[in-house]
Write a protein that binds this ligand. Structure first.
Ligand code: HEM
Length: 259
């Protein structure tokens, strides 16, 4: 039998996956679809992140830039999608919220993988996901070099930038808190108007994009549930606010005061 559109996209699975717990509440379908859409884009971001590493390892700068560009466009979409969810009023959300029980975006394994790949290595994250069917992928990301490590390795191996060996061989499961020697090397690239600056600036865009998403999410939470604790068990707004304005690629932000 010929392949159909529905077969190829496995639409029977995707379109059967919206099962509101309160079918009488109109907005629960939107709530489910928005979260599912985010998770699909998280999946694509992880796919592209892997591709970015492959390009950097192979010294393919132009391809790395193209992949970063795609990741940034996806991030912009993630941020602007918040507008759709904000058409749901707090009362509407409360009409089905209790049925969510402990379910929360807090438990998104793909989001935690993205965080790890960007450099947020929090040991508590791992312990929260030990029973998850995809735990292996998260623990792999936790032990692996971050996207910033991949950038420094690219600069060292393919562009002759003398990144210190202790940085290149650092324990990758530890958070990276910045290094003055690396900042000096990157500053030189900026001051010399090196073509590498384009790549560095796309990394800044990526970092900023993730922070923008967090900010939009905090505003969704603030306007929808105010200071009420989250279904995931956190303090809610206060917890989420503490995650704002925390850059992943610290060197790239620190050097801006010295340019
Ligand atoms: C009405 C809409 C939403 C509300 C009220 C809300 C509320 C919350 C709250 C209170 C938290 C803190 C953890 C907790 O105790 O539950 C949280 C975390 C989170 N939410 Fe949402 N959320 C909403 C929509 C979304 C959407 C659409 C996504 C997309 C996937 C999402 C993804 C996340 C993620 C990834 C976290 C973890 C953030 C972190 O730990 O830094 N949320 N959410």
């Amino acid at each position: 039998m010929d392949m159909t559109y529905g077969d190829y996209l496995q639409l029977h699975k995707i379109l059967d996956a919206q099962q509101p717990l309160s079918p009488e509440e109109h907005d629960e379908t939107l709530f489910i679809i928005i979260h599912q859409t985010y998770e699909l884009w998280f999946k694509q971001l992880l796919h592209e992140s892997n591709f970015l590493r492959v390009h950097l390892q192979a010294g393919k700068e132009s391809e790395a830039l193209d992949t970063l560009h795609r990741m940034l466009v996806i991030l912009k979409t993630l941020v602007s999608q918040a507008d759709i969810l904000e058409t749901m009023t707090p009362i509407s959300f409360y009409s089905f919220r209790t049925r969510l029980q402990q379910a929360s975006g807090f438990q998104s394994l793909q989001f935690r993988r993205l965080e790890c790949q960007l450099g947020q290595k929090n040991p508590r994250t791992l312990t929260l996901f030990t029973a998850h069917p995809a735990f292996e992928s998260l623990s792999h990301d936790y032990e692996a070099p971050t996207l910033y490590d991949a950038l420094l390795q690219f600069l060292s191996q393919h562009m002759g930038v003398a990144i210190p060996v202790d940085i290149l061989q650092r324990p990758y499961s530890q958070p990276y808190t910045g290094d003055a020697r690396v900042q000096d090397l990157l500053l030189t690239l900026y001051r010399e108007r090196s073509p590498r600056v384009a790549l560095l600036e796309r990394y800044v865009d990526l970092d900023e994009g993730m922070q923008e998403w967090r900010y939009r999410h905090v505003k969704i939470v603030e306007r929808t549930i105010g200071n009420v604790p989250g279904t995931g068990g956190s303090a809610g707004l206060a917890y989420l606010r503490a995650t704002l304005f925390q850059p992943s690629f610290v060197d790239l932000w620190a050097l801006r005061s010295s340019l």
